[in-house]
Design a protein around this ligand. Structure first.
Ligand code: SF4
Length: 263
């Protein structure tokens, strides 16, 4: 498994098998393909080493869950990524493959060469995405079984993500019929007006798409980096109530992988 420079090569930071800790597939065993690079910088981001889209070290687990890493240089050829994912996939039963990051859709053109190969091997594919790269989703949506989309609140993440971009992104996922849910990280100082607008955006997208009822997962922020406080239990109850008055499918799920000491 070696680094190379072909245009289709993928910038990857790690490949491993773990327990999904967030949102709709919480508890499911997945192969994680973590791509390098993100187009935004959330205050609470716990993947700082995956934010810059550039060549660098990559670690690949040999045995599911053992953390027995092979260390290689990224970018990786498509075939190398297929081999790394498939080796873990075949070594024990997995639910699906989570393509995460960073922001995986930053490399949509490269993933176009990878996704058909993984799909041919029978792997359901899930994109864990910040929901901002509409064109990237359009390129890949035909290969996806699941989309886990973040909707960003400036008062929590410190970024100013354009809400209309997130609305278009959600529309593309829902119209394609992909099993889609929305994750909203909430913090100790969540602006309730921002949350109301985000929930209304999801409710309107659901109303526009017959049969679509994407669940919203409110995820209390796990303190990391610039974020030092989690919301209180009262905060979380209040924020869920506010959301439920606007949309019926709102659940609260914290980052469970951190609670059980997983990657
Ligand atoms: S979108 Fe995800 S990977 Fe990018 S900065 Fe935010 S939390 Fe980190």
């Amino acid at each position: 498994m070696t680094a190379s420079g072909a245009p289709s090569d993928l910038l990857v930071s790690e490949v491993f098998s773990a327990i999904q800790g967030e949102a709709a597939l919480v508890g499911a065993r997945q192969v994680f393909l973590r791509m390098t690079g993100c187009n935004i910088r959330c205050a609470y981001c716990d993947q700082p080493e995956a934010l810059e889209k550039r060549p660098g070290p990559c670690r690949i687990e040999r045995t599911p869950g053992r953390r027995d890493w092979d260390r290689v240089e990224s970018p990786l050829a498509v075939e190398s990524v297929v081999d790394a994912v498939d080796r873990l996939w075949r070594a024990m039963p997995h639910h699906s493959v989570s393509v995460t990051g960073g922001e995986p859709l930053m490399q949509s053109r490269r993933l176009v060469g990878l996704f058909p190969k993984l799909a041919e091997l029978g792997m359901p594919l899930m994109a864990e995405t910040n929901g901002t790269l509409v064109h990237g989703l359009e390129e890949l949506v035909g290969w996806l079984t699941y989309v886990s989309m973040d909707v960003k609140l400036p008062s929590v993440d410190g970024e100013r993500v354009d809400p209309s971009l997130q609305q278009r992104f959600l529309d593309v996922a829902l119209r394609a019929g992909v099993d889609t849910w929305v994750k909203i990280v909430v913090g100790a100082h969540t602006d309730t007006d921002e949350l109301s607008k985000a929930v209304a955006m999801v409710a309107e997208a659901a109303a526009r798409t017959p049969g679509a009822e994407p669940v919203i997962y409110l995820q209390p922020v796990t303190p990391f980096a610039a974020v030092t406080h989690a919301p209180t239990p009262d905060d979380v109850l209040t924020l869920q109530e506010l959301a439920l008055w606007r949309y019926p499918h709102v659940r609260v799920v914290p980052q469970t992988h951190k609670a059980i000491g997983q990657l």
